[in-house]
Write a protein that binds this ligand. Structure first.
Ligand code: NI
Length: 167
């Protein structure tokens, strides 16, 4: 397994739309393992392939406190949404920024797991937010895109300054 570099906002590669995965072969399984390791090491509760510059519909999530219940979602599709919630979101591609975003409170998502088996997941609360956030990444959308232009401009300035300092 390997840790993968994570793209940082406003990198334009975060705006690429991911394609569905065809065969879940050894290369995809390696990518899923690497993404999982990268998410735990970051540390984060979710990671989309887009964030490691692979534009395929793959997400890994773990919102458990014990950090030992990874969920792999390949080619995810939301089949039901209910209610509204507004909780603070953050993102490994947008370090140190937390903003409330309006999301569905409960969702049903269908996907393939890491072995290519189809399954359905009913999620609510933080897990539901996380799935919606990561699925946005696959569409080339970052959570700060929901904020006002003024807020986003400030965030971009802050992040570019941060990235310059680190380079
Ligand atoms: Ni994110």
């Amino acid at each position: 397994m390997a840790r993968l570099p994570i793209l940082l906002y406003p990198d334009t590669r975060l705006y690429k739309k991911a394609s569905p995965v065809g065969n879940i072969d050894a290369a995809i399984r390696t990518l899923v393992a690497d993404m999982t390791e990268t998410m735990y090491a970051a540390p984060g509760i979710g990671l989309a392939a887009t964030q490691v510059d692979v534009h395929k519909q793959i997400i890994v999530i773990d919102v458990s406190e014990t950090r030992d219940q990874p969920i792999v979602l390949i080619n995810p599709e939301i089949s039901g949404r209910e209610g509204i919630q507004n909780i603070d979101e953050g993102c490994l591609s947008v370090p140190d920024i937390y903003e409330p975003i309006e999301r569905a409170q409960r969702i049903t998502v269908r996907a393939l797991d890491g072995q290519g088996k189809a399954f359905s997941l009913d999620a609510e609360g933080l897990l539901a937010v996380c799935v919606q956030h990561e699925m946005d990444h696959l569409e080339g959308k970052v959570f700060v895109d929901y904020l006002s232009r003024l807020k986003r401009t400030r965030i971009i300035a802050k992040l570019l300054k941060q990235q310059k300092k680190r380079a």
